[in-house]
Write a protein that binds this ligand. Structure first.
Ligand code: SF4
Ligand code: SF4
Length: 304
């Protein structure tokens, strides 16, 4: 990709608590910094719980960055969980800059996504959850999304490698896990197609200090601030795995019913347990606790 002489890229990561959006934004910022650019990265949390929508922002620039605050009108949006596309509170695509680029962690093609969500901007998809399960054994997407974002913004592979090593080492000391994360990030870097970024001109115009408007709580914590939303929040829509019961093996001991942290397992007329998939988060505690191995873990794929 041809890089402009002076540029500022504003990248917004959307994910769910526990997926690693904050670390992804940090990996991109660190990789850009190591590559000699100016960088800024920070997370924005709403509800502090696993699965809640969160966002993180990274600015990278050839010039000192004077902007502060949450990124509105991003040049690039990285969506780490495609169920957020249907989340009216998170609404991650709402203010994508015209000519911008969207990456979506999805099993669907860019054309399918563009048709469904009426997107006209450049769209890239890659099933990084699958890659994560294969290479890391867990659906933790931080280093993988960092790899994707580094490719889109043209941050070099070597700087990405160093950034992953630095950032993951702060959390985990196990060298094998760090190496696996480097491998996963580079895999995603190489699997992401090169894109042409042609709309991100330098923005310092006449006034070098850009004033950031007051940020309403509906932006920083949309889920918490939506009125009377509890019954409407289908918290099961973002799970990676779903439990599936095998009634031939089930002894009706009720252990799974009692251990489900979300109380979403009920009993059917024949006395067998079943879950409310609208609210099951896929923690798989029921499977771990079942003494009869009557619950199986199946990968959930967002389908329409
Ligand atoms: S996966 Fe977790 S939330 Fe879902 S039914 Fe099992 S224990 Fe409950
Ligand atoms: S813990 Fe296992 S055996 Fe017991 S009720 Fe649940 S599925 Fe059936």
């Amino acid at each position: 990709m041809e890089t402009q002489k002076t540029f500022t890229y504003r990248i917004r990561f959307h994910g769910r608590g526990g997926q690693g959006a904050k670390v992804a934004s940090r990996i991109l910022g660190t990789a850009a910094f190591l590559g000699g650019l100016y960088a800024q990265d920070f997370p924005l949390y709403g509800a502090e719980r696993r699965g809640a929508p969160i966002l993180a922002c990274t600015r990278i620039s050839s010039e000192p960055i004077l902007e502060r605050g949450v990124i509105n009108n991003p040049d690039i949006i990285i969506i780490m969980d495609e169920t957020l596309l249907d989340d009216t509170a998170a609404n991650p695509l709402s203010d994508l800059k015209k000519g911008g680029i969207v990456f979506i962690n999805s099993t669907h093609t860019p054309e399918e996504i563009k048709t469904k969500y009426h997107l006209t901007e450049q769209t890239i998809t890659l099933d990084i959850t699958k890659i994560s399960l294969e290479l890391l054994g867990k659906p933790i997407l931080s280093t993988l999304a960092g790899g994707v974002a580094s490719k889109i913004t043209n941050v070099g592979e070597n700087f990405l490698r160093q950034a992953v090593e630095m950032e993951v080492s702060e959390i985990i000391q196990d060298k094998e896990i760090i190496e696996k994360n480097i491998k996963a990030a580079l895999h995603c870097f190489l699997s992401t197609p090169s894109v042409k970024i042609d709309m991100m001109e330098i923005v310092y115009r006449n006034n070098p200090v850009i004033s950031v408007p007051f940020e309403p709580a509906t932006i920083s914590s949309p889920t918490v601030n939506s009125v009377a939303n509890t019954p409407l929040r289908k918290t099961g829509n973002w799970r990676v795995f779903k439990p599936v019961w095998n009634y031939d093996a089930c002894t009706k001991c009720m252990i799974c019913v009692n251990r489900c942290p979300d109380s979403c397992i009920s009993i059917n007329e024949e006395g067998f347990p079943f879950t409310d998939y609208n609210n099951c988060k896929g923690c798989m505690i029921c499977m771990e606790e079942c003494p009869s191995k009557a619950i199986e873990k199946k990968r959930e794929v967002h389908a329409w």
